[in-house]
Design a binder for this molecule. Structure first.
Ligand code: C2E
Ligand code: MG
Ligand code: MG
Ligand code: MG
Length: 278
């Protein structure tokens, strides 16, 4: 009897593994098609300087507009795109799209808008990332100063010496560099001071917890003063309410991104949002 049970368990185990593998394979296939069929869209979330109440720029955030399943969040498909290498063509599409969008908004009469874009580890480490980026900037005649690359601590600290060199090459192109989700990884402060970065983005978990947890508040305060001492900028992510805004203001953090000002918006809705504020 016990033996039979064991066999059933084994069978159940392999079947569910197969299921996972099959699901993954079909996701991979439809991701491939999604690139050809142009099913990705970018949403744009405003970033505000609360001292001047002016727009600093936007962060571009990808969504997959699946013909059957509707909008799919990047948390669902970016990991698969990374595992399969599809993040390379997807990342390229994102870079082209934001260059085009930058000029569309200009044509619509908006001032030039700085766009931040998330760069995955696989993309950053790929041999041709720098030259691809350079080619795209050139082909759109895009001023690199309006492009910000968001990297994570993990990307930079894995091999910090190599990363330092690559960051310098990117800076030479003229783009801006920031560290996303700052505080969640393991940054060596020594390296941090050597990286030619422009901005730290305080991770939203600290923002969320800072009003109830003294330790999170202490982390936010430390990141703000670290940025000050390194003469770089700092922005808080995921700010949802006035209480959080006031605490950040007290800490000296005046660049804000979050639902408090706006959720990420499709390009045309961002235009309306910004036009109404101008
Ligand atoms: P992230 O770069 O840290 O982006 C911030 C995430 O927080 C976004 O989720 C945004 O919609 C969300 N958010 C913004 N404000 C608030 C707020 O006030 N409250 C809450 N609860 N959430 C807020 P989203 O768009 O789902 O993106 C998730 C992650 O997917 C991003 O985290 C980024 O790591 C990745 N991602 C998004 N677009 C791209 C892309 O084009 N390429 C790559 N490689 N990764 C991307
Ligand atoms: Mg980001
Ligand atoms: Mg983040
Ligand atoms: Mg993140």
């Amino acid at each position: 009897h016990g033996k039979e049970n064991g066999r059933n368990n084994y069978q159940f185990f392999t079947e569910s593994l197969n299921e996972v593998a099959t699901e993954r394979l079909s996701l991979e296939n439809s991701l491939r098609l999604a690139i050809e069929r142009n099913e990705f869209v970018l949403y744009y979330q405003p970033q505000i300087d609360i001292k001047t109440n002016k727009l600093i720029g936007v962060e571009a955030l990808i969504r997959w507009n699946h013909p059957q399943n509707g909008l799919i969040s990047p948390a669902k498909f970016i990991p698969v795109a990374e595992d399969t290498g599809l993040i390379i063509p997807i990342g390229e599409w994102v870079l082209r799209e934001i260059c085009q969008q930058h000029f569309k908004w200009l044509e619509f009469g908006l001032p030039p808008i700085q766009i931040a874009v998330n760069v995955s580890a696989i993309q950053f480490q790929e041999k041709y990332f720098l030259s691809t980026l350079q080619g795209i900037l050139r082909s759109y005649n895009m001023n690199p100063a309006y492009l910000e690359l968001e990297l994570t601590e993990g990307i930079l600290m894995r091999d910090a010496d190599t990363a330092t060199g690559e960051l310098h090459s990117l800076k030479e192109l003229g783009v801006k560099l920031s560290i996303d989700d700052f505080g969640t990884g393991y940054s060596s402060l020594q390296y941090l001071s050597q990286f030619p970065i422009d901005k730290l983005k305080i991770d939203q978990t600290f923002v969320r917890a800072m009003s109830t947890h003294a330790s999170s508040l202490a982390i936010v305060e430390s990141i703000v003063s670290l940025a000050e001492k390194l003469h770089i900028k700092v922005i808080a992510e995921g700010v949802e309410n006035n209480e959080e805004l006031e605490i950040l203001q007290k800490c000296g953090c005046t660049e804000i991104q979050g639902y408090y000002f706006s959720k990420p918006l499709p390009a045309d809705q961002f235009f309306e949002w910004y036009y109404a504020r101008l």
